[in-house]
Design a protein around this ligand. Structure first.
Ligand code: ATP
Length: 235
């Protein structure tokens, strides 16, 4: 049981037009935790991240960050409050160089990483500073997407399938970056299909089905549940 939640989500509903995608999602994340959201394709994992961030046309319920209600709060204030979202499609500027991506906008938000700090954390991005987004590998694009969000001053980082389509050695590198974020006190909520990766970084798991959270357990319980989970998730 969590004594005090950094993020407290209650009765979160979300719609795409008439299509009702989330049906009362409840979840809690304590400060400093890394939590992984599991579930079959289409159950609402991405929608949960979008609905927490507030980049969906319609949502109801409650999303509290440090006690502050984020539903009804404009996106720029949500970002300023410390929520950062890296979408599956990564959202980098493909035609700009790495350095241009990392200096746009030029002012670093309060609590955000400077370009020098980002280069220290992501040495490959420093090497590739003059390369355009289009010339980067999938792993470099993922790192750039995370680095861009870290400029905004993130308390809670939302990551949607950060390892998708990446080679194992790059997956390990992304894992190291998440563990480094954790050492720095950042809280992370990620959607992930890669069990090996998820078990390396996560403290806790939630399982989704049909737009709801249907299970939750600590990382220590993962090995004992693995077979049943794999069957339930169809992996
Ligand atoms: P995946 O791993 O395949 O991304 P997911 O668990 O993240 O799955 P969501 O992407 O959140 O699932 O989708 C939840 C439901 O909402 C699905 O039925 C999906 O078809 C629908 N949906 C997702 N995005 C949109 C959209 N932009 N417009 C309409 N319906 C959508």
């Amino acid at each position: 049981p969590i004594v005090q939640s950094l993020l407290k989500v209650r009765g979160l509903n979300a719609w795409y037009g008439e299509s009702h995608a989330l049906h009362g999602v409840d979840l809690d994340i304590a400060a400093g935790e890394t939590v992984t959201l599991l579930g079959r394709n289409g159950v609402g994992k991405t929608t949960t991240l979008r609905a927490i961030m507030g980049i969906l046309p319609k949502r109801t319920g409650s999303v509290r960050l440090n006690g502050r209600e984020m539903i009804g709060t404009p996106l720029h204030k949500v970002a300023a409050a410390g929520l950062g979202f890296v979408p599956e499609e990564r959202g980098i500027f493909a035609s700009l160089t790495v350095e241009e991506n990392l200096t746009l906008p030029p002012v670093v938000a309060k609590g955000g990483f400077t370009v020098e700090e980002l280069y220290a954390l992501f040495p490959n991005l420093k090497e590739r500073r003059r390369s355009a987004g289009t010339q980067l590998s999938g792993g470099e694009q993922q790192m750039l997407a995370i680095a861009r969000v870290l400029r905004t001053g993130v308390t809670l980082l939302l990551l949607d399938e950060p390892t998708e389509g990446l080679a194992p050695v790059i997956v390990d590198r992304i894992g190291e970056i998440i563990l480094e974020m954790k050492r720095r006190g950042m809280t992370v909520l990620l959607v992930e299909q890669n069990f090996r990766f998820a078990s390396r970084v996560a403290d806790r798991f939630y399982v989704m089905d049909h737009g709801q959270i249907v299970d939750g357990f600590a990382a220590a319980e993962l090995p004992g549940r693995m077979d049943r989970l794999k069957e339930a998730l169809g992996v």
